[in-house]
Design a protein around this ligand. Sequence first.
Ligand code: UDP
Length: 428
Amino acid sequence: MTKLKDYAEVVGEDRIDRLYELSEKLSAKSVLHVNSTAIGGGVAEILNKMVPLMNDLGLDTRWDVMKGGYDFFNVTKKFHNSLQGAPEHITKDMLETYFKYNRINFSEMNFDKDITVIHDPQPAAMVDRSIDTKWLWRCHIDVSESMRYRPHFELIGLRRHIKKSRDSQTKVWHFLKKFVEQYDASIFSMASFARPDLKIPQYMMPPSIDPLGEKNRKLAESEIDKVLDKHGISRDKPIITQVGRFDRFKDPLGVIDAYKIAKNSVDCQLILVGGTAVDDPEGEEVFKEVQKKAAGERDIHLIILPPFSDVEINVFQSVSSVVLQKSLKEGFGLTISEALWKGVPVIGGAIGGIPSQIIDGVTGYLVHSTEGAANRIAYLLRNPDVAKRLGENGHEYVKEKFLLTRHLRDYLLIFHAIEHPNENFIEL
Ligand code: UDP
């Protein structure tokens, strides 16, 4: 099991010592994290790493997962889509289903820690001010005025959808806001995700990756070969990869289109690799659409992996000439930091948390369309020296900004801040 001290080899002893100092000075000594899935997606990925490290720091930390039926996750997926700008029909029954599951989970859980961090909208209504804990709402998705820009609808000219999506977003946000405003503070991944209409403090804390985990460590050639052999992939043509749940917002169909255009000018192969998440019931349907679109394409590898296939994800990212994250909406996109850490340049949609990782022309390229993505793929495949330079920059950038140790420091600083709610200056 990796210990906090082990990270000194990556970030230096000093940064680790600072973490211990910050933690010792906290009065709150216990933390509860609650989210809606133990497996799949970025939140579970982070909590798997963060919880042991918080314990290692001396904070008694537990992670509980709320339970929900298919009806609940159907509703929360619609919430998720609405909040990110897709038109959904939200009914009164759905709001009731959401609230009912939150109350059942609330009655079954033990809120016995000094600080309770509730992740994302699914369990947000569990907040209860009668309990003696500091409540933090950690929102991983972009719930800001997402109506600012909806490239996927505008591109295809569906103005009607823009109005419908604005209506469903407003409805869901106003419903959620009643709960969110009962928290001591909220945390968003980017400053631009802040909500001007929220009357509680809003902190900014980007997510992070674990440089020592199986997904990001340096692999031996024999490990790489074994995984590629297992999936029947050879390295005779350059590889482009997108890793992610089969979610419409990650635009897997657009990835196939971009690949097909790029392949017309540079021969290459595409790996589209994903898995499922308990709280994402739409994945199967989207995967079927992807299968249909990829049918007959010998150089497209569609791969569904079981949970915790970290070495396999590591292999696919490591052997890629280019990684894509062609999302239409993305809270952050851990997969981008994962690829950059491996020195692989990333081409990503210019939305949400992606531009915080892809600095255009420095660590990769930001794109606004399928054709744009295709052009950039072809350009990087034709110019491996440029790809190498962007990848090297990306590695350094992630090292400075998006590793687990920085994330842990941000949590500790926010914990200090909520212990001193009315102070402008905190002596540490
Ligand atoms: N992931 C995985 N297996 C998969 C698909 C994704 O392990 O089949 C991981 C991926 O490597 C990343 C996380 O799940 O660490 C997804 O986080 P991200 O922020 O990219 O997207 P989210 O799913 O949270 O929208």
